[in-house]
Design a protein around this ligand. Structure first.
Ligand SMILES: C[C@](O)(CO)[C@H](O)COP(=O)(O)OP(=O)(O)OC[C@H]1O[C@@H](n2ccc(N)nc2=O)[C@H](O)[C@@H]1O
Ligand SMILES: Nc1ncnc2c1ncn2[C@@H]1O[C@H](COP(=O)(O)OP(=O)(O)OP(=O)(O)O)[C@@H](O)[C@H]1O
Length: 289
């Protein structure tokens, strides 16, 4: 039997950091939503008791460094599974981009192995396992739109954002999430108003959603990589209603309502940035089915 799972990317509509915790993490308040740019994960049982990662993308590790591998290992150890699995990863999400590609692959493996090995675990149990792998994995287990608090693992479902188009542009640099958090100076941040963003989603108010986007990590990454600011300026010039860096970056996203405008921004950016995508927000949990 071969099993397929979709692993969509996320963007952060709002990302606030409240304080640095005694452990190595920061207390965050994030509004996250899934977008229609997905890796495809294929799980096949193996006779041998091993985890095998197969991917044609040269940036994707094929050993324990892969978050998908770590997810399979965790399930095997926790539930004493003596069977093996081959995990084929067809990568569409840019790597080290701030789009949670690795986390979403790990979440897809958790969902998929739950089916493959008939474990009958709830989404909450899968999210709890995911948290042992990374802060974004719990959100990716559910998908949709959510408020993520704690270090990112406490998830409260939010309404689907008003329909719109998302233009993603990833400069050809990779960013270390850890380095960005380390460089954040909490005495000098402009906090987004998370409650007003949540209200905008509850009201289905596109203009207010655009007005409320914000990410405290954006100035940190922009300081290190000028490309982020340059892409933001281009997106605004070409007519995006709102422009923000996702996660720790360096990917920048722009929001628009009309498809034609999304393509105008795409065409304008193509000469400047190699990786540009025009996609839709998914934003509801059923989009994973
Ligand atoms: C930037 C975001 O992607 C936004 O969604 C997340 O906050 C980061 O999620 P992630 O990549 O799953 O992060 P993890 O793999 O758990 O952590 C990587 C590193 O980022 C830093 N980190 C991460 C999450 C958090 N709330 N505080 C932190 O300070 C820590 O130094 C940690 O060692
Ligand atoms: N399945 C995977 N897909 C992509 N990268 C992976 C995977 N597993 C591990 N990695 C490693 O993780 C690093 C970060 O990649 P990833 O694409 O997950 O970053 P990201 O989108 O910035 O994550 P986040 O938004 O959660 O911070 C890469 O440098 C890569 O070596």
């Amino acid at each position: 039997m071969r099993l397929l799972e979709k692993a969509p990317a996320k963007i952060n509509l709002a990302l606030d950091v409240l304080y640095k915790r005694p452990d190595e993490y920061h207390e965050v308040e994030m509004v996250m939503t899934t977008v229609d740019l997905s890796d495809r994960i294929e799980l096949s049982p193996l006779r041998e008791d091993e985890i095998r990662i197969v991917s044609e993308n040269r940036f994707v590790p094929n050993d324990q460094r892969n978050l998908a591998y770590q997810a399979a290992q965790l399930v095997k150890n926790t539930y004493q599974i003596r069977e093996g699995v081959e995990i084929f990863i067809e990568k569409q999400i840019p790597v080290a981009a701030g789009l949670a590609g690795g986390s979403s692959d790990a979440a897809a493996v958790l969902r998929g192995l739950n089916r493959l090995w008939d474990l009958e675990l709830t989404a909450e149990q899968l999210a709890e396992l995911g948290t042992q792998i990374g802060s974004d994995v719990a959100f990716c287990v559910y998908g949709g739109t959510a408020l993520a608090t704690g270090r990112g693992e406490q998830i409260r479902e939010l309404p689907t954002p008003p329909p719109c188009w998302v233009v993603l542009a990833k400069p050809s640099i990779g960013v270390s999430t850890q380095a960005i958090y380390q460089n954040l100076n909490l005495n000098d941040v402009q906090h987004p108003d998370t409650q007003k963003m949540i209200q905008a989603l509850e009201d289905g108010d596109y203009n207010e959603m655009c007005a409320r986007i914000g990410n405290v990590l954006e100035p940190v990454t922009s300081q290190l990589h000028a490309e982020v600011g340059q892409i933001k300026n281009h997106m605004k010039e070409f007519g995006a209603d709102a422009v923000l860096m996702s996660g720790s970056g360096p990917t920048v996203f722009g929001l628009v309502q009309q498809e034609s405008r999304a393509h105008r921004i795409y065409n304008g950016l193509r000469g400047f940035c190699e990786e540009v995508y025009v996609i839709r927000m998914l934003g509801n949990r059923h989009a994973l089915d």
